[in-house]
Write a protein that binds this ligand. Structure first.
Ligand code: COA
Length: 335
């Protein structure tokens, strides 16, 4: 920790970036498609509108634009980036979209790969990158969360289509031997409850030749048990954050900002209440973007950093949660 003789590898946060597509889908517009209303959606979720990628922006494009902004803020020479981790569940190439982002950036010296953990994806990617950096093999990493769930939403299912939007966010992180602003983390999964939220494969039987069948790949739309996911989030997120605070010898009063995965305002408020964190410390922009899956946390952080809400040395407790089921938390100091 700062002030102590520090002889290990610590991390410093150097930049943030985000990108959302131009198309705006308001609650009012959704109500032209399914039986719902602006009032119902706002009161149950806090969401007013979301952004939808049209033909122009896929995950690679959005992730690239967010990463480039984070790199510009960090003032890094692109050649000095060692690692790019892209959290996404909706790559535009199932073999991985991170290397395409690497190529677009011209980050010739980086290794880039995808990581899939749905709405916990950014948090899991951040933790993954932190361990590579602290392991001493790499010095500079870009962690990206980007998702295009609009391609997989059932736009006739009013119980789920109201929630999701598209976007991307990124953080630039580097090693330092002077302090450690990556204070601690926790992560968990529970596959036994995985059926609460899925984007399952839908394979159509086909034949290669006589008697040799195969399944042609594809996906069914998102399937969600909203009530169970809600109960999971409001129960598990406070528990994991509390565990992390105890492990790192912090108390909730020391948290400057709670940056939760932006799923539903009622979830954010409930988690804050359970941790006794005042509402004005809970950052929220889901009104404008809905749930952008792996993108919500860096999108929220970037907005707050650029608006000078999150300042140097602020303590941020962040938590991602979602399909898997998966959830996790990290405690960081900005800067
Ligand atoms: N508009 C109007 N009515 C709707 C509706 C919509 N968009 N969606 C559902 N309803 C109706 C239901 O049909 C039901 O009607 P009924 O009582 O006549 O059967 C009623 O509203 C209540 O449905 P319910 O599912 O109990 O609503 P809810 O209060 O749980 O809210 C969610 C639904 C999806 C908003 C809420 O469960 C939620 O946010 N869950 C978490 C989902 C999430 O965050 N997922 C991503 C995690 S990463």
């Amino acid at each position: 920790m700062e002030g102590i003789n520090f002889n290990q590898i610590g991390l410093s946060f150097k930049g943030s970036g985000s990108y959302v597509p131009d198309q705006v889908l308001t609650n009012q517009k959704i109500s032209e498609k399914v039986e719902t209303s602006d009032e119902w959606i706002k009161s149950r979720t806090g969401i007013s509108q979301r952004r939808i990628s049209g033909l122009g922006d896929n995950v690679t494009d959005m992730g690239y634009k967010a990463a480039l902004k984070a790199i510009r803020m960090s003032k890094w020479d692109i050649e000095t980036i060692d690692l790019i981790v892209l959290a996404t569940s909706t790559p535009n190439d199932l073999f991985g979209s991170a290397p395409s982002i690497q190529a677009k950036l011209g980050a010739h010296n980086a290794v880039a790969f995808d990581l899939t953990a749905a709405c916990s994806g950014f948090l899991f990617a951040l933790i993954t990158a932190s361990q590579f950096l602290k392991g001493g093999n790499f010095n500079r990493a870009i962690v990206i969360g980007a998702d295009q769930l609009s391609s997989y939403v059932d736009w006739n299912d009013r119980r789920s289509c109201i929630l999701f939007g598209d976007g991307a966010g990124a953080l630039a992180i580097e090693t330092t031997n002077e302090f450690d602003n990556f204070i601690g983390f926790e992560m968990k999964t529970d596959g036994e409850r995985g059926s609460f939220l899925n984007l399952p494969s839908k394979n159509n039987k086909d034949s290669i030749v006589d008697n040799i069948d195969f399944l042609r790949g594809g996906f069914s739309p998102i399937q969600m048990n909203g009530q169970e996911v809600y109960k999971f989030a409001v129960k598990e997120v406070p528990i994991i954050l509390d565990k992390l605070l105890k492990k790192t010898n912090y108390v909730s009063g020391q948290i400057d900002w709670l940056v939760l995965h932006q799923a539903n305002q009622r979830i954010l408020d409930s988690v804050g209440d359970r941790l006794k964190i005042p509402r004005d410390k809970i950052l929220s922009n889901l009104k404008n973007y809905g749930n952008t899956s792996a993108a919500t946390i860096p999108l929220m952080m970037d907005e707050a950093i650029r608006n000078n809400i999150i300042k140097q040395n602020d303590i941020i407790a962040t938590s991602g949660f979602g399909a898997g089921l998966s959830w996790g938390a990290a405690l960081i100091k900005w800067g």
